[in-house]
Design a protein around this ligand. Structure first.
Ligand SMILES: [Zn+2]
Length: 443
């Protein structure tokens, strides 16, 4: 906080509390959930299982005092199914298309058994989308919306990826219904999604895709010309998932060339499985396993693919490609190019590779993700910071474990350090050394 008298210097979270107290207010969470009208005068939607009875209405009877005449459909008659009708278009009369279906709308009053009128509005589709992930677990269940045990086993959803436009409607409704289920004690959690990521929008040559502009990208043509793997990698590579990006045809040919190079790699395969990689290549391989694995977890597909490209260039340089590195490369590629990696893997296997005698159950997509060896990716070099009187004057590339004496020698040979020392017209009286980090020369 600045310019705020006694609150100056307070951090914002603390200030919120203190200022509220100062002003004599109350803190409360303001949800953006507004009144939500769930009925629609449309055909498509689940019928609302209610019946209105004129007789009961006149005599003030009903399920609830404040709603005379209204009864819910008895449990044994549920679900009320949407009837097949010929003309399902909105009527323009303010009434639902179901209202003119006498067979549907005529129903017996559950209380007085007289003829009554079934509710003909349907519920908003947003109501269904609030809880579909509960039903998906147990779609065949005829007695209950979903099985408690399945919900306990599979939910809450680990990761929800959707459009940002859902953040105030669908996602808020889902949370609302989930909290209601929790209060009814039919689930044991009160937030439906552990993680949510909004994906970005893909535009075309700088403009938003739209039918009227005629710049919609239809993937079918690209599948035909380049294959699904190229298209898939291109989409994952063009931009960070959360940002979206610009779809350009030139970009696709770059990915096509990348996969063509991948296809040629097998020509370099070593004669036997005995050969290994040099220390440096081995290090890059293990670093790649780590980085690509972490990038996938974090949805950073574009940087994972860059790393695959770096690794490919390294492997291409080898005169003879060790089997285990080819094996790992294909596995790292598999999530991005599922078809090509499987094909190359089968070919490799047929030649005596790791999954010798290929069968369906030996698919590359059933293989465990490669493991990296932390010892192999440890850097031997680090950036040694050189300070003169506490100010950073140079950053030198040094070997991990360098001694104070060797660090001092390196520093004294560095031109910019020399310059600062001579400008102070002195020599180091004292040195402060933090191993593998910094050296401070006190003049
Ligand atoms: Zn009645």
């Amino acid at each position: 906080m600045i310019n705020s008298a006694k609150f100056n210097g307070t951090n914002s979270e603390k200030a919120k509390i203190e200022i509220t107290k100062f002003a004599g207010g109350d803190r409360k969470i303001n949800y953006r959930l507004r009144d939500w009208l769930i009925s629609r005068q449309r055909y498509w939607g689940p019928p609302i299982p209610m019946i209105f009875c004129d007789f009961c209405h006149k005599s003030g009877k009903g399920e609830r005092k404040e709603m005379p005449g209204w009864h819910s459909v008895p449990e044994k008659n549920l679900p009320v199914k949407l009837p097949f009708i010929k003309d399902y278009r909105p009527q323009g009369t303010g009434e639902s298309p179901l209202a003119k279906e006498r067979k549907f709308s005529k129903a017996r009053c559950p209380m007085c058994k007289n003829w009554a009128r079934r509710e003909t509005d349907v519920s908003d589709t947003f109501l269904d989308s609030t809880w579909y992930f509960f039903r998906y677990l147990d779609t065949k269940n005829k007695n209950k919306p979903f099985d408690k045990q399945s919900a306990k086993k599979w939910l809450p959803v680990n990761m929800y990826i959707g459009g940002a436009e859902h953040s105030v409607l669908h996602l808020l409704y889902s949370r609302f219904i989930t909290k209601a289920f929790f209060d009814w004690k039919i689930i044991n959690f009160d937030e439906p999604f552990k993680k949510f990521r909004a994906h970005g929008l893909i535009i075309k040559d700088g403009a938003k895709m739209s039918k009227s502009k005629g710049n919609i990208v239809n993937p079918d043509g690209y599948f035909k010309d380049f294959g699904a793997d190229v298209m898939r990698i291109y989409l994952a590579f063009m931009a960070p998932l959360e940002q979206g990006g610009d779809f350009r045809d030139q970009g696709i040919s770059g990915i096509d060339r990348f996969l063509v190079r991948v296809g040629k790699l097998k020509a370099k395969l070593a004669k036997t499985s005995k050969e290994g990689l040099s220390e440096n290549s081995e290090k890059l391989l293990h670093k790649s396993i780590k980085k690509i694995g972490e990038d996938i977890e974090n949805l950073h597909y574009n940087t994972a693919i860059s790393q695959l490209m770096i690794l490919l260039s390294e492997l291409e340089k080898l005169a003879s490609l060790p089997w285990h590195s080819y094996d790992i490369f294909l596995k790292l590629l598999a999530p991005f190019a599922p078809y090509l990696s499987e094909e190359l893997w089968q070919e490799f296997s047929a030649k005596g590779g790791p999954a010798s005698g290929w069968k369906k159950q030996n698919s590359i997509h059933l293989e465990p993700w490669p493991k990296f060896d932390p010892k192999k990716i440890k850097d031997e070099r680090f950036k040694l910071i050189i300070q003169v009187n506490g100010k950073v004057r140079a950053v030198l590339d040094a070997t991990i474990g360098i001694s104070e004496k060797a660090a001092l020698e390196m520093a004294m040979e560095d031109e910019s350090v020399k310059k600062y020392i001579s400008s102070l017209a002195g020599s180091p009286k004292k040195t402060i050394f933090v191993p593998d980090k910094l050296l401070n020369l006190v003049i």
